[in-house]
Write a protein that binds this ligand. Structure first.
Ligand code: RB5
Length: 149
């Protein structure tokens, strides 16, 4: 784990319960959870929460971000609009591991209406336990970064 063990969590209204389960799960794994809400299941707009979480990551306040909406797609699209964010939607552990190892993803998105709680926690573990392999993958990540300039 890096020196910054802070991880930001956010979601829209569709994922309040799963977000809480993920918060409890990763807190037992040594992460300081920065849960920025929302706290009620009142309908809300996923771009608001995706942007807020992404800004915590690009500012350096948090090492990683985990974001959730119904499909995981809308909030992921939002996060990836913020320069410096590489976020993937994952519904399987292989993808969650690979977006760290090959893509140096700094955010993970999960669809709360797609993935059950047990699998979601395994996806989170796969993401957080993997390291960027660098090597030939570094050039490719740098090619992504070049598109941001
Ligand atoms: C909200 O109904 C839903 O559209 C949202 O959670 C998400 O699935 C969008 O991508």
């Amino acid at each position: 784990m890096t020196a910054n063990n802070r991880l930001v969590l956010s979601s829209d209204h569709s994922a309040i319960d799963l977000r809480q389960a993920i918060a409890e799960h990763i807190a037992t794994r040594g992460w300081t959870v920065v849960d920025i809400g929302p706290t009620t299941s009142e309908s809300t707009d996923y771009p608001t929460h995706g942007e807020a979480a992404a800004r915590r990551v690009v500012s350096g306040d948090c090492r990683f971000g985990i974001i959730l909406c119904g499909t995981g797609q809308g909030i992921m699209m939002t996060a990836n609009k913020i320069t410096g964010i590489r976020c993937g939607v994952c519904a399987d552990t292989f993808s969650a591991r690979m977006i760290r190892q090959h893509n140096d993803a700094n955010m993970l998105s999960i669809g709360a209406r797609i993935v059950g709680h047990g699998l979601a926690l395994d996806i989170v573990d796969a993401f957080l336990n993997a390291e960027f392999e660098s090597g030939r993958h570094l050039k490719r990540v740098q090619m992504i970064q070049a598109l941001e300039r």
